[in-house]
Design a protein around this ligand. Structure first.
Ligand SMILES: C[S@@+](CC[C@H](N)C(=O)[O-])C[C@H]1O[C@@H](n2cnc3c(N)ncnc32)[C@H](O)[C@@H]1O
Length: 191
């Protein structure tokens, strides 16, 4: 599919290489959270998140690729999950969510694509829906040779992620390696 975005990885999923539990624990998800999975793909992390936020929480799973959202919808139905809202939307544009409503937003394996296609300055819509004091967690492939993941020249380092977060008034709270291939950087929103 060719769209206005140059690098989307439609239909890709990190399911077999990044454990949803691991990334969500590192992101420090809590029971009752309103959680945004931005660029959710097939939504395997959203499914794990739905159990962690519980019945008082809510998961908003957004992807631009309708086929991925269809896969997620089927999984939600099969598991009889009630607290995930799957949405087809472009996360670089105005989101179909209330302003200041999200406690924790995650972008897993998405940001390097935005950097590569020059869309990194379009994250203000995610900032808009996060609560003041909310957390933006970015999970990315480590910038080291590995058999899985995007080509090394388009991977981004934790420092680059931190610099992007700072541009959007996030304070970097922590950054560490998770699993075999990934790291996570968490930013706290001062707005
Ligand atoms: C490499 S996949 C990662 C999927 C999932 N986060 C995971 O880790 O399994 C990147 C995802 O970002 C989505 N994506 C790319 N650009 C997007 C945009 N502008 N708005 C919403 N989703 C986008 C793609 O459709 C794709 O599903």
């Amino acid at each position: 599919m060719v769209g206005k975005h140059g690098h989307q990885h439609h239909g890709k999923s990190s399911k077999d290489i990044l454990s949803g539990d691991l990334v969500l624990e590192a992101a420090n998800i809590k029971n009752g959270d309103k959680f945004l999975d931005a660029g959710c793909g097939d939504g395997h992390v959203s499914i794990d998140a739905s159990y962690k936020v519980g019945k008082d929480g809510k998961v908003f799973a957004i992807d631009i690729y309708p086929d991925s959202i269809e896969i997620l919808k089927n999984e939600i139905k099969n598991r009889n999950i009630k607290n995930i809202k799957p949405l087809v939307a472009d996360i670089t544009e105005e989101l179909p969510l209330e302003d200041n409503s999200i406690d924790l937003a995650l972008m897993a394996n998405v940001l390097h694509g935005f950097v590569h296609s020059g869309e990194v300055d379009q994250m203000s819509n995610i900032v808009k829906v996060l609560k003041p004091g909310g957390i933006f967690a970015v999970a990315e492939f480590r910038k080291a040779e590995s058999s899985r993941g995007p080509p090394i020249h388009i991977r981004i380092s934790p420092e680059e992620v931190g610099d992007i977060l700072k541009k959007y008034h996030f304070e970097v709270v922590d950054s560490y390696e998770i699993g075999e291939y990934h790291y996570i950087v968490r930013g706290l929103l001062n707005k």
